[in-house]
Unconditional design. Sequence first.
Length: 474
Amino acid sequence: MRTDLGFDVDTDVLIVGAGPTGLALGIDLARRGVDALVVERDGGLFPGSRGKGIQPRTMEVFDDLGVLDAIRAAGGSYPVGMIWQDGKRVGEHQMFDPAEVTEDSPYTEPWMVPQWRTQEVLFARLEELGGKVAFGREAVGITQDEHAVTVRFAAGDSVRARHVVAADGGRSAVRRSLGIGMTGETVDPNPVLVADVRISGLDRDNWHVFPPRGADEGFLAICPLAGTEDFQVVAQFAEAASVDVSLEGVRKVVAARSHLAPEDVTEMRWASDFRPRAALADRFRDGRVFLAGDAAHVHSPAGGQGLNTSVQDAYNLGWKLGAVLRDGADAALLGTYEEERRAIAADMLGLSTGVHRGEVRRGEATRQLGLGYRESTLTEETRATPGPVRAGDRAPDGTLGGVRLFDAFRGPHWTLVAVGVEPPEVPGAVRVVRGRAQESYGSGLFLVRPDGYVGWAGDQAAGLADYLGRFGLR
C-alpha cells in the first residue's frame, strides 16, 4: 500500500510474535483502524500454561478490549493451597492476600487462565475485528530507514512496515538484530520444570504443595488449571541437575516427591524447563522499532507479573500508534512509550524477584491497580490542590450521573469525566460523562486517556484544548 507521505509499505505496523503481547496489540490497533499484521515463528499458538494468572488491572484492560467475558468463562479463581507431608494434608496456605471488591475496583483477585487459552481468546477477538496472524514466519533480520522498516524471514517474502513491534519473547530475534542488550540477574540458580499433565487420584479443589524433604530435593507444586482437565506441575531441582522434560521424567519427579504413583500421571500435554531470571532491555525503542513484553523484560513467574506487564505494554503503545498513524498526532508521542513503560517494567521486575525470594506477599502490589504515570511528560495536573485522583493515576470505576465509568471508557476514545464542574465543548472523539458528585474522584475535570489513565486534570477548562491538540484532537 502507498502511504499519504508518498512511499510504499506492506502494512502500517508489523507485530513480530503472536503471544499475549502481540495479540493484544493487534486487537487494539484493529479497533483503531490501523492496518497491522501479526507474524509468528511457530506453526500455531503457544501450547502451554506458562503465564496463568490474570491480574485485576489486566482484567480491566481485557474489559476494554472486549474479551473479558470470554476470559472469565475460560478460567476460574485460584484454589487454596494445601500443604502435604508424608502423604497427609498438614495445613492450608493462602496464596494471596484477600482484597475487598469496591465500586472503583470491581476486579480484586487474580483470575486463573492457562496461557494457551488466553491466547486462543485473544486470537479469536483479533480475527473478529478483521486482524490476521501469519504463522510459520520466523524473523531473521531487520533494517530500517527514515520512512519504514524491512523485516526478513527464514522463508517467504520480506515485509516493509512503517513501524515494527518486537513481541517475540525473551530470546527476541528482533532485539538481537538491533543489538539491544539486556541487563539483569539470575533470580534463582536452581532449574525449574513446568508441565501440563493429566493426573488421576488428586482433587481439583486445592493447589497441592509438597515441600522439599531434604537439601538435595526441591519443592513440587501441582495446581489444577481452571477451565481445563489439566494440572500444572512445577518442580524445582538442584543447581547442577539435568531436568528431564519427558513424560517419564515428569512421572519420576511426581512419584518421588508426593504420595502419587508414576502411573497417576496419565498424560503430558506440554513441558519445559527454565532458570528464573530477571532482565530489562537497555532500551525499548530503536528508531521505528519498539520492544514489548518478554522481548523487553523477562520476569520470574512468581507473582504473575510477566504476562500482565506485557499486555499493558501493548495497551500503552497501541493508542499512541493509533494517534500518530490515524489522528495526526506528532510522532514525538511515540517516545513516551519507553518513558512510561520501561520504568514500570523495572519496578515489576523487582516485585517479581521479591515474591520469588519470599520477601513480598502476593497482594496489593501484584494486583497492579496502583500503577500510574504521574511523572510522565504526558501528565498535566493543573489543580493547586488535587483530590484523591491525580493526573497520571489509573481512572477508577464508579457511577457518575447514572453512567458506569468503565462502560463509558470502553473503546478506543478519550473520556472527559466532569465531577461538579460544567464540562467545556470538546472534539467529538472525546466522550463526556458528567455528574454532581463522585466519591472516588473528588471534584474537577479529568481527561482519561484511551488506556484508562488520567492524562490531564483541572478545576476548570483552561489548558484542556491545548492538551487535546497534542494528540490530534482539535
